[in-house]
Design a binder for this molecule. Sequence first.
Ligand code: ATP
Length: 255
Amino acid sequence: MSLIQAHGLTFAYPSVRVLKDVAITVEANESHVVIGPNGAGKTTLFKVLSGEIFPQAGSIRYDGEDVTRLDAWQRVHRGIGRTFQVARLFGEQTVLNNVVLALECRERINGSSAGRWWRLTPARALQEEAMERLASYGLDRRAGDAAATLSHGDKKRLELLLTLALHPKLIMLDEPTAGMAPEDRRAVVALINRLREEEGLTLLLTEHDMEVVFGLATRLTVLNYGEIIASGDPEEVRRDARVQEIYFGKGGGHA
Ligand SMILES: Nc1ncnc2c1ncn2[C@@H]1O[C@H](COP(=O)(O)OP(=O)(O)OP(=O)(O)O)[C@@H](O)[C@H]1O
């Protein structure tokens, strides 16, 4: 089943055309990785799919519904979660409070969609759930510290934890391992594979590190100057002549 079906996506900033008639499909329970050189339009594609910006042409269906003109928050309500290249956290708040705030958001989403505001979970239960979630990511020892004081890798982990707290069906991760040490990267790959295999999540990612890309992609799409030049089985895409030329040719290996 396709979770996302997007066609004809076109987006231009005043001075540059970024997406040119882009079509992309994301199947349920796949790890779909979008790669492309710097400036290819990957982040812009994510912004369009998550509702941060609207395309000038084209359509996006999510789980069978036309969401092209829904704003980002309405898409979050429908189960689309997103993380960013630079983690977005409440830096002054404690790590624990960041998680509690995300859980409160989830409660409001669930409560409002069921019309049952009075059934909100008590604050204490949310704190306990937040601590359990932090413990499962090895972040419980930092619960009382301001989020801004976390290491880069821990900030990214916390951001992912916050996104997951909203119970998304689809998570869009923009360069989840950017700036991480190799062992942190491997941990992220293992975590993402676990989310897909054990929790049935669907993932759409951008990533520059090829070891990470081939460690988790079940489908690979290559964006180049705003156009998709290849999409499909990762190994077949790797062998594609145009992709070879751009990435794996002379001096290649970098996306
Ligand atoms: N707010 C903006 N205003 C004007 N131009 C922008 C804006 N954001 C991005 N661009 C331009 O759009 C093009 C695509 O940028 P985008 O960030 O989508 O690429 P990317 O593939 O994600 O790159 P990277 O791998 O470096 O993150 C680039 O030429 C960029 O300079």
